[in-house]
Design a protein around this ligand. Sequence first.
Ligand code: NAD
Length: 275
Amino acid sequence: IPTPHLTLNDGRAIPQLGLGVFLVDPAEAERIVSDALEVGYRHIDTAMIYKNEEGVGRAIANSGIPREELFITTKLWNSDQGTDSARAALDTSLSKLGLDYVDLYLIHWPAPKYGKHVESWQTLVELRSSGKARSIGVSNFMQTHLDDLAQVSDVVPVVNQVELHPAFQQRELRAFQEPRGTLTEAWGPLGQGKYELAELPGLAEIAERHGKSVQQVAIRWHLQEGIIVFPKTSKRERMIENADIFDFELSADEMATIAAADRDERVGAHPLNTD
Ligand code: NAD
């Protein structure tokens, strides 16, 4: 897969396309991630709360792929926020993954109920120095939470991973965080299958014109927008389909058509309501 790489604000490179494993059954995770690695994916997005880090780790170990060719992300769960608990949580994730380091460690949600996102960020900075997390970032942060970090720390999150798809494009948040050096990662890039991408104006026509599926068009759109994307599928054919997006390009008109299809509608949870 000829995946482009983006440069993070700490100088490291991230493959722009990966596989997400939310809702991947722990018993199936090894097979699914092994398939993805065979198909050519090198970037896997998991989280402690997905409960499948062990399967992901076994697939990595069995793949024989040199560690430095892989980009592995996991996330700090809300109830593990705080200094000692965050340190322990990363150690637990590393041991489940069978790794000495993750490429990217994210605070999964701001979880305002706990009031610990700032303290957790300072701990992630320390974990980066220790080498256990090569890069550090956040997920589901709103502008106010990013501001909270900036008040106490010079370390800018390399990414903010947020819900983002053609019906919920996050233009305002992107315009805030990207100029400050935080790249945008999309979760739910296919709308989690909760609406038909083809029902958005213009999507089906664009797909037809290029001989691609609407899902392929959506993934291609993320890449051309400069967003990092890791659609989830457990099916090998769809892993191949979702990566078969490097032989066409959306025109400026087509990008504008998709931009106009934004209806500012979430399919997932609101960051302030998740703890
Ligand atoms: P997604 O938008 O990737 O959608 C997945 C759904 O689309 C699945 O039901 C799958 O069967 C279907 N699908 C995949 N490829 C398809 C294709 N080619 N044709 C038709 N249907 C297809 O949703 P997601 O899994 O929620 O998001 C992707 C990843 O983002 C997750 O796996 C996870 O790694 C991450 N994520 C993070 C958070 C967070 O809070 N940080 C929340 C949700 C997801």
